[in-house]
Design a binder for this molecule. Structure first.
Ligand code: 5GP
Ligand code: ZN
Length: 140
């Protein structure tokens, strides 16, 4: 898509430090890494987010993320590793071409995502699960 920087990278029109490529996906270093080894996996076709992502690019991205994760862990000696995937401005997304962050984790790296969790009742969980099950029928 014109004006999309990840399309430009996927088409070889913009510079990137590529670590992996297959028919459907590309993985390259994040230009502004959270930690050393922070890598992004993108489909070579433009999809803005998880809501629009189609097969076979979706499966291919997660397969590629697994491969990149194993390589990043081996290369950087990471003790753990997070996959992050943000959607929508309110979700923290800033580049509107679907991507999976592969973020190696090191002891004391000082950031965490699940900072505001709270326990809820089983009734509340069941109410929420029922809403999602109902919506599932429309999206499958
Ligand atoms: P988001 O917040 O949309 O999930 O993440 C976008 C990510 O893309 C950010 O981590 C940012 O550092 C990275 N990024 C933005 N522009 C470029 C670029 O031109 N090249 C590379 N390699 N990474 C980029
Ligand atoms: Zn794009």
């Amino acid at each position: 898509m014109r004006g999309c920087k990840f399309c430009a990278i996927a088409e070889g029109k913009e510079e990137a430090s590529v670590v992996y490529e297959d028919e459907l996906t590309l993985a390259f270093m994040d230009i502004n890494p959270l930690v050393p080894g922070h890598t992004l996996v993108v489909p070579k076709r433009h999809f803005p987010d998880i809501f629009s992502l189609k097969e076979p690019w979706g499966s291919a991205c997660f397969l590629a993320a697994g491969r990149v994760a194993r390589a990043v862990r081996a290369a950087f000696g990471a003790e753990g590793l997070d996959l992050l995937q943000l959607n929508g401005r309110v979700g923290g997304q800033s580049v509107f071409h679907f991507h999976i962050h592969v973020v190696p984790r090191y002891p004391g790296d000082g950031f965490g995502f699940f900072s505001k969790r709270r326990p809820v009742t089983r009734e509340e969980l069941e109410r929420h699960a029922a809403r999602i099950r109902e919506a599932m029928e429309e999206v499958l």
